[in-house]
Write a protein that binds this ligand. Structure first.
Ligand code: FAD
Length: 549
């Protein structure tokens, strides 16, 4: 297959970019499962944007930077904040039905760390509503093809060019598309693309308790790493403080999130005896930013030996709960908890990756013709901690930045006529070969390895870390990485194996990044370096693989 634009991922970032890029050529969007299955589809709270007359850009910028604990890229923050309102109007124009008040104005919610009401939402199913509309628009666009159950295995770079042709390729760091596994047929196809965009979402599944769906195995981070991309700030994994406590978890569990908006509406954290405890940790109490609340809960649990704390939403009132949080109300009811009457047992769970493939303000990675947007990208917006509801906003704004950059290039190229010749490139790239590999029967190994990685990451690289714990984790993950590589090299590719390989790679990158940051900052808390070190601190921790050709 050949295409002008190959987008990997069908969440908010990939779909909104696809719609825009179709103006300039053929777009293929590949997605590893059914097209709606994404982190986007589960987003509850909403999108942050300055729309209230009491609010202004400076306040949203200040809140974002304060939350980011000294690591935000100011330009990137200003970009998302200032382009927030127009992005919301664009989504409305596409048909997204955001919740409105009785006067027909957008209803703006409040979440932790925000000094004003600015969360645009569609009841408590914001992501699902956005995904619905974007998928509908994409399905009506004749220039966009969506391929479900197509798993990106590897990006095509100079290493995939047949040696006899390499001398014709002057630029060594350039991307030509991807090898993809068609999970339905088991065949590996190569998709040659003028531009490739990683929009593969997050990595929550590298931890045992996560709000992320099973697809969030960090594939894009691993794909980029193997191709030679720079990854930045991967130590900053956000744990959402309030996921519904679930006793048994397996290697693919997604725990149910109790949105921050519930605390925004007045719900209060309490210990098992029903006593409030957040005042001991922060003056904003239950509405403190996520890192503080998650650490406070972690500390309470360690002190008391309990498995969960409570979130008391009864104070919000039954009528308002049912009206504003119908999904959370119903999901809890399905599990036997009537949240209008009883407190909700909650624990922190891995939720969001602030780090990712380092991109500039145009969404470009350090590899030519390879872009990244959405959760897989590190634009500098979130710094050491993401402010609630800034990620959907970042995804739409930065996918627009990629579009604008490509638009500019497009008009220059049209004049010079120096577009890549995809037919020629296609001939120069190896077809996928699985010679010498076998269909392995060792599925139990994959399942156990997955669980082992998640346990190691949760035990040693979670909310509270130390040099000792990180070293212990690294030794184990390195050993597993070698074993998995050896298994991969002799096995015909399949989705569970590819995900396992990506999970272990991402675990390795997170640990390496965490070891580089010898201080506590934002989401990265080290017992042996408990203070923020503003004198010797690293701006960004960068990890990359040196590529030998
Ligand atoms: C429960 C929950 C609630 C949230 N609530 C909010 C909120 O209220 N506000 C907010 O701003 N953010 C929220 N977030 C975060 C936000 O939803 C995500 O950061 C955002 O949706 C990411 O969008 P994306 O397009 O980058 O990735 P995703 O929406 O995750 O899409 C990734 C896509 O890539 C595909 N993919 C991945 N790997 C491969 C591969 N190897 N080959 C092919 N396809 C692949 C997946 O199948 C999927 O289609 C929430 C997240 C969760 C999990």
């Amino acid at each position: 297959m050949k295409t002008d634009f190959l987008i990997i991922g069908s969440g908010i970032a990939g779909l909104s970019l696809g719609l825009r890029l179709s103006e300039f050529g053929k777009v293929i969007i590949i997605t590893k499962k059914k097209k709606a299955e994404s982190n986007t589809n589960y987003a509850q709270g909403g999108i942050a944007s300055v729309l209230d007359k009491e609010d202004n850009f400076d306040l949203h910028i200040k809140d974002t930077i304060e939350c980011g604990a000294g690591l935000c890229n100011i330009k990137a923050v200003e970009t998302i904040v200032k382009e927030g309102p127009s992005s919301i109007y664009e989504l409305l124009a596409l048909g997204v039905k955001f919740t409105k008040d009785e006067h027909g104005n957008l209803k703006l919610g409040r979440e932790g760390g925000h000094s004003k009401n600015r969360i645009v939402h569609a009841r408590d199913l914001t992501g699902k509503e956005i995904e619905r509309v974007l998928l509908h628009k994409v399905s009506k666009n004749p220039k966009i093809t969506v391929l479900e159950y197509h798993f990106a295995i590897e990006l095509l770079t100079i290493r995939n060019i047949k040696p006899e042709y390499r001398k014709y390729f002057k630029d060594k760091h350039i991307c030509y598309g991807a090898y993809t596994l068609n999970a339905k047929t088991g065949k590996v196809e190569k998709i040659i693309a003028g531009k490739t965009i990683l929009a593969t979402g997050g990595l929550g599944q590298v931890y045992l308790h996560t709000t992320n769906p099973a697809i969030a195995t960090g594939d894009g981070f691993a794909l980029g790493y193997r191709a030679g991309c720079e990854l930045a700030n991967m130590e900053f994994v956000q744990f959402h403080p309030t996921s519904l406590y679930q006793k048994d978890v397996d290697e693919e569990t997604q725990v149910f999130l109790i949105s921050e908006a519930v605390r925004g509406a007045g719900a209060i954290l309490k210990d098992k005896k029903g006593k409030e405890f957040m005042h001991k940790y922060d003056k904003r109490k239950s509405l403190a930013p996520r890192d503080i609340v998650a650490r406070a809960i972690d500390c309470e649990l360690k002190k008391t030996g309990e498995n969960f704390v409570y979130l008391d939403a009864t104070v919000i009132g039954a009528e308002r709960i049912k009206k504003e949080f119908p999904n959370i109300y119903q999901q809890c009811l399905n599990r036997g908890i009537d949240i209008t009457k009883s407190m909700i047992p909650v624990v922190p769970a891995a939720h969001y990756s602030c780090g990712g493939l380092k991109v500039n303000i145009e969404g470009k990675t350090n590899i030519k013709n390879l872009y990244a947007c959405g959760e897989v990208a590190m634009t500098g917006v979130h710094g050491a901690n993401r402010l609630a509801s800034n990620s959907l906003l970042e995804a739409v704004v930065f996918s627009k930045k990629i579009f604008e950059s490509i638009k500019q290039e497009h008009s220059k190229n049209n004049k010079k006529n120096n577009k890549l010749n995809l037919d020629k490139i296609e001939k120069c790239i190896f077809n996928w070969s699985d010679k010498g590999t076998v269909n392995a029967e060792e599925w139990i190994l994959i399942k156990h390895n997955k669980l082992e990685i998640k346990e190691i990451m949760s035990d040693y690289v979670g909310i509270v870390r130390s040099t000792y714990r990180l070293k212990r984790a690294l030794r184990r993950i390195k050993m597993m990485k070698d074993e998995i590589k050896e298994f991969y090299d002799r096995t015909k590719v399949n989705v569970p194996l590819l995900e396992l390989r990506n999970l272990v790679t991402v675990a390795y990158i997170i640990i390496k990044s965490a070891m580089k940051r010898k201080e506590s900052r934002g989401l990265h808390y080290m017992l042996d370096y408990p203070e923020r070190d503003d004198k010797n601190f690293k701006k960004d921790t960068i990890i990359y693989k040196r590529i030998k050709i």
